[in-house]
Design a protein around this ligand. Sequence first.
Ligand code: P6P
Length: 341
Amino acid sequence: MNRIVTLDEFIIRRQMDFPFASGELTGLLRDIGVAAKIVNREVNKAGLVNILGVAGSENASGETVQKLDLYANDKLIECLKNSGECCGVASEEFEDYIPIPGVSSKTSKYVVVFDPLDGSSNIDVNVSVGTIFGIYRRVSDPEGPCKLADFLQPGTQLVAAGYVLYGTSTLLVYTTGRGVNGFTLDPSIGEFCLSHRDIQIPDRGNYYSVNQGYYLKFDLEMRRYIDHCSDLNLQLRYIGSMVSDVHRILFQGGIFLYPNTRKYPQGKLRLVYECNPLSFIVEQAGGKAITAQLERILELPVKHLHERVTIAIGSPGMVDEMKDFVERYSAPPMYKHAEAG
Ligand code: P6P
């Protein structure tokens, strides 16, 4: 029987691989692990303590905020404030970033972006939801407070990213740019334990994940690719919680698509809080992540905190195939220009 390796032990061991590592990123990752355990406790009993139901307020993206969103948001900020390693956070629930004043004389090197509870519209029906986070090294003057520029860095500048999936079990998956590892929470000891070492996404898979309800609203090239997936008898799986849908693709292979629609001409999913962190993880596991316009997600310039993008993410062989369809069926630029009128 393999020895239990806890998240803390794994992070500390990995730090030892880097003699010059100062331990700050290690501390930050451990604090995120603590926040995940606290949020997990509430997610698991949400129906019992009446924190279900709509809080009434709207988040920065204009979506109704569920109480559990607020709870997860508060706990993450609280844990990150106490860490002393983080000089600012940007949450999908808030319009603007939140500077965190320095702890004692410490100069904090990192900022954290997160979606505290992605897929929260599923909470009331007990469908899995997740937390997504990304960590950047600050680019602003270390002696002063964090700046907006610290959060508007492209995904290629991420030093770490991860997600927590509150599902049939609670799983924390993360990368620091040296592979992807998964940890399952063992409630009997209250520890995340290494359960999926060095995750590699299959080159292809039997699943495609897209909101078929928008099919007629997609561009021709995307409809042709979705038809192709159906012709191959691939299985359509779509939960409506990006963490859950991408998690299946990461583990079993496949492709997740959220193309542009009339309602979301730029795409619906947020570049900073959802697409960049998940793309970093999937690329580190050998996968690919591009927009419906075939640009690499991680290289996209970040223009504002709540920027939305289209995305196709998953097995490299399937993302490449989708790329071929887009190139083959896209209207020529001149026509598109005329179409745009
Ligand atoms: P739709 C959840 O609200 C979310 O941001 C993602 O987690 C999910 O993939 C997507 O929106 C679902 O959007 O339009 O299919 O309901």
